[in-house]
Design a protein around this ligand. Structure first.
Ligand code: ZN
Length: 578
């Protein structure tokens, strides 16, 4: 019986040129060897499965090869190369610090460092997951790292560069490995498939590559798994079934339903999905990712943020070009909200159905607001407030009446940041009215429409500091909406003139989120300083990028600050984040 070797091992790269997705970096290493400019210590950083260890092994083999090729690669034929390829070279020593992280393990390694090579020029020590070394082990290693014998080269590898102490960083030449692109993974799998006599549909490989999330090793093991269960015929249908991936066509059909405002159809598609055994939250997350992919596919400059093969990218871009950007942002927001509320919801199916209904209503013109120009998105119901909508009617564009479904069929011009997008005047008014005023640059909030409200309006004196502190305390007390609280925390109202304040938003998404809640926010601030004339406008600007990004690591850091016991626990049980 033919021996079965997993693809990840069988197709492990043996030369720098065959390393998938790290061409530039592999080229630099190859050059360093050819020109004899070697460092004593290297640090390879990057997520799992991107080729750090493979590159380290190729490096060790190449510097010991007695007959390097003209291209600077190992010959794979000399004694040394053969020993490497047969895993019996004494010039490569690997230590996995994830499981051997104590002082004794490092002592054993240091003893090895003292032994010169019996054959070849260099002994290469690879310490994988070096950030897992205990503090004591780190310290005893440091001396050796400072002054290693001339024949020793250290290659330290880590998935978590930020955990490497500066004393180590400063002694190493640092190489950052990229996540491997979907295109690179797919073409590598295509080569493997051709070699193995396996047929594979490109769409199927695309799904596998996405599932592998930037790690070639994972992609190949999933590839093996699917190949085995499909008898070497990797079709799209079999792949999504095997990997429990929801067929993209469901999302496409749902999008069609949202655009057509077909609530019944959306609910029926959701039922089909449940009938197939897919978890509702999984589905909501999938839908959110799908909408996000469409949003980045909409603009050529962000198209490469879409992790997919070129064909899939083009298809998504074509689909996205038919949608209004604001529709996508709001749809993403709704999915985000559903995901956020999921755990608390006692009836999860209801939550998802309600979300789908709201998604279908995003494009429906609200009955009392015919004022928005044709082809524009109509405001959500919470954009309109108490002021009589009739005022807005005269500005209706002539096309408005003939455009009941405001779906645009061609790419809209991108909104030109950083123009003030809308003015929210006291008393509240429909979005259409607000937009009209912004267009007419009538920023004066004391125009006719508000005169009738002039009496009885609070108009206490206040300072910018009062506004800032009212803003901060509102953000701090927004327990129910963590996302909005964090968004608000990154914005400081800037005084423009009179009672007008500018809110600089880091992105369209942030601006949309702020605008969605601006009525509530304004009301609260006006109450705080007893002045009803205060109004806010948003502007998209990259000058106020969030200072604090709550990454998982940051959350953990803060937790440890508060409860030092967590850190001890992590060390004691050698916990790792996955
Ligand atoms: Zn050789």
């Amino acid at each position: 019986m033919e021996q079965y070797i997993v693809s990840a091992r069988k197709y492990r790269p043996t030369t720098f040129d065959s390393v998938v997705g790290q061409q530039a970096l592999a080229g630099t290493l190859k050059n360093a060897i050819s020109t004899g400019r070697l460092a004593h210590a290297y640090l390879f950083c990057g997520s799992r499965g991107v080729g750090k260890t493979s590159c380290a092994r190729i490096f060790a083999k190449t510097i010991n090869c007695t007959n390097r090729t003209a291209a600077g690669e190992a010959c794979n034929e000399c004694d040394s190369c053969r020993q490497f390829n047969e895993n019996r070279s004494l010039n490569i020593i690997e230590l996995d610090a994830a499981s051997n992280n104590g002082v004794d393990d490092i002592r054993a390694l240091i003893e090895q460092v003292a032994v010169p090579p019996t054959q070849g020029r260099y002994r290469v020590f690879i310490i994988d997951e070096v950030h897992m070394l205990s503090n004591a082990a780190f310290n005893s290693f440091l001396k050796t790292l400072e002054e290693p014998p001339a024949y020793v080269i250290f290659i330290l590898a880590t998935t978590e560069k930020h955990k490497i102490i500066p004393t180590i960083l400063s002694r190493c030449q640092i190489y950052d490995f990229n996540r491997i692109s979907i295109n690179d993974m797919v073409s590598h799998m295509q080569r493997v498939a051709a070699n193995e006599g396996i047929t594979a549909e490109p769409e199927a490989l695309n799904v596998i590559a996405r599932k592998a999330d930037g790690a070639m090793r994972d992609a190949l093991s999933i590839f093996d798994q699917v190949a085995a269960s499909t008898n070497g015929n990797i079709s799209y249908a079999a792949t999504i079934e095997n990997l429990n991936v929801l067929d993209q066509s469901y999302y496409n059909r749902l999008l069609d339903a949202f655009v057509a405002q077909d609530i019944a159809q959306a609910l029926l598609i959701y039922k089909e999905i449940r009938d197939q055994g897919f978890d509702s939250q999984f589905f909501v997350n999938g839908l959110a990712s799908y909408l996000r992919d469409l949003a980045v596919a909409q603009n050529p400059s962000t198209l490469n943020l879409l992790e997919a093969t070129d064909d899939v990218r083009q298809e998504m871009a074509a689909r996205a070009s038919k949608l209004h950007p604001t529709f996508l942002y709001r749809a993403m927001d709704l999915c985000n909200e559903a995901d956020f509320n999921f755990r608390a919801a006692s009836n999860k199916q209801f939550l998802v159905e309600l979300t789908l209904i709201r998604l279908c209503q995003l494009l429906s013109p609200s009955t009392d607001d015919v004022g928005a120009g044709g082809g524009q998105l109509q405001p959500l119901e919470n954009y309109t407030t108490s002021v009589a909508p009739q005022e807005a009617a005269p500005v209706a564009a002539p096309v408005a009446a003939t455009a009941p479904k405001p779906v645009v069929t061609s790419p809209l011009p991108q909104p030109s940041a950083p123009q003030p997008r809308a003015t929210y005047a006291p008393g509240g008014m429909s979005l259409a009215e607000v937009a009209r005023r912004a267009r007419n640059t009538s920023h004066n909030h004391t125009d006719n429409s508000n005169k009738k409200e002039a009496d009885g309006r609070r108009a206490q004196q206040y300072t910018d500091a009062d506004i800032a502190s009212a803003w901060a305390s509102l953000a701090a007390n927004m327990n129910a909406d963590r996302v909005l609280a964090s968004v608000m925390g990154n914005i400081t109202p800037i005084h423009v003139e009179g009672d007008r304040y500018l809110l600089r938003c880091a992105s369209q998404l942030v601006a949309d989120m702020v605008e969605k809640h601006i009525d509530t926010i304004s009301a609260s601030i006006r109450d705080s300083v007893s002045n009803d004339n205060i109004c806010f406008e948003t502007e998209i600007s990259d000058v106020d990028l969030p200072k604090t990004m709550w990454t998982d690591d940051r959350v953990l850091e803060e937790l440890i600050k508060e409860h030092p016991a967590i850190d001890e626990m992590i060390k004691k049980f050698q916990l790792r984040r996955i």
